[in-house]
Design a binder for this molecule. Structure first.
Ligand code: SF4
Length: 322
């Protein structure tokens, strides 16, 4: 990737910090009053899910479990139930496990260091850096999908980053971080948040709004005439996938007060069986029954939910974990 002279990088830092101060969204986990636990919960939820879907679930989660210790004493099935339709519900199980470890090993306080965070369940390098930076002001280099895309365009002159994270991208991200000498890393943490926000709001995957971008005059991709992507990204299928069937089964389990019979879960609902269930469970059963999935796929999905610990066989039916 082309290198950027230090003076130009300083100007990028200032431009994006100013833009972020004016245009950054006022999200509750960015509030100075938000606890490190609130930041951690938001990072778990935001890993695969857009802000607009995360907001109501995060609010309810923090009302119910304002500290790791509050969640640690609950059955993990309650975390899975509260996760609702955010998708990838193994994140809820991991968050529940992480809350227990924080309570037992860190006195109930989310640890600040990258290494301690990385040792917790469900936390990879991105999430550890993000929590360290956004909750504690430690200037770790944060690299998520949005940041990778902005870097690829702004510095690399390409429409898209490489399909998977490369060592060159990691080096570039580290090189672009503001120095920490004068302010203890405040600008570095702002830079991480600002680039991420630019990718979410302006430099979006499908239709970048370069006319409203605070750094368009420095953008290598714009200067190159906005060349087409150098590969075609794989579309993420949903209909007919195991993810769709697993999600429909999880909705039935979340909405049922009692264990659900295996046969019911494999077949989904008919109008008569669904009407015997509660409203929400009946709707979820009808949806599951309407999916174009054969018995083999349904059995495979149920087995995988059991293997992942997202569901348990209670002896009288399938339920969320205890
Ligand atoms: S000018 Fe366009 S492509 Fe370049 S960083 Fe801004 S929004 Fe992204």
């Amino acid at each position: 990737m082309p290198s950027t002279p230090p003076l130009a990088v300083d100007a990028l830092h200032r431009s994006l910090a100013d833009w972020f101060a004016a245009e950054g969204r006022d999200l509750p986990w960015r509030s100075p009053d938000c606890s490190p636990w609130g930041v951690m919960v938001s990072e778990f939820m935001l890993q695969q899910t857009p802000v607009v879907r995360v907001l109501p679930v995060w609010e309810e989660w923090m009302r119910r479990w304002p500290t790791p210790a509050d969640l640690a004493v609950e059955p993990s099935g309650e975390a899975v139930r509260a996760w609702g339709r955010l998708g990838y519900p193994r994140r809820a199980l991991r968050l529940s496990e992480a809350a227990r470890r924080i309570t037992e090993e860190h006195g109930g306080h989310v640890p600040a260091s990258y290494a301690d965070l990385l040792a917790l369940p469900g936390i990879g390098s991105y999430t550890a850096a993000a929590i360290s930076c956004f909750a504690f002001g430690i200037p770790e280099t944060v690299v998520d999908t949005n940041i990778r895309r902005v870097h690829a365009r702004l510095i690399g002159g390409r429409a898209l980053p490489e399909p998977s994270h490369t060592a060159a991208e990691a080096r570039l991200a580290a090189d672009l971080m503001p120095a920490v000498d004068h302010d203890g890393g405040e600008l570095a943490c702002t830079w991480n948040a600002a680039v991420m926000e630019l990718g979410a709001l302006v430099c979006t995957a499908r239709s970048p709004r370069c006319g409203q971008c605070p750094v368009s005059a420095s953008c290598a991709w714009v200067a190159a005439g906005r060349p087409a992507p150098h590969y075609v990204p794989k579309a993420q299928a949903w209909a007919g996938t195991d993810r769709q069937v697993r999600g429909a089964m999880m909705a039935v389990l979340r909405d049922s007060d009692e264990p659900v019979a295996v046969q019911t879960l494999l077949a989904g609902g008919t109008t008569s069986s669904a009407s015997a269930a509660s409203d929400a469970a009946g709707t979820a059963l009808l949806h599951l029954g309407g999916l174009a999935a054969d018995l083999v796929q349904r059995q495979r999905c149920l087995r995988s939910l059991l293997a992942d610990g997202l569901a348990v066989d209670s002896g009288v039916g399938i339920a969320l974990p205890h």
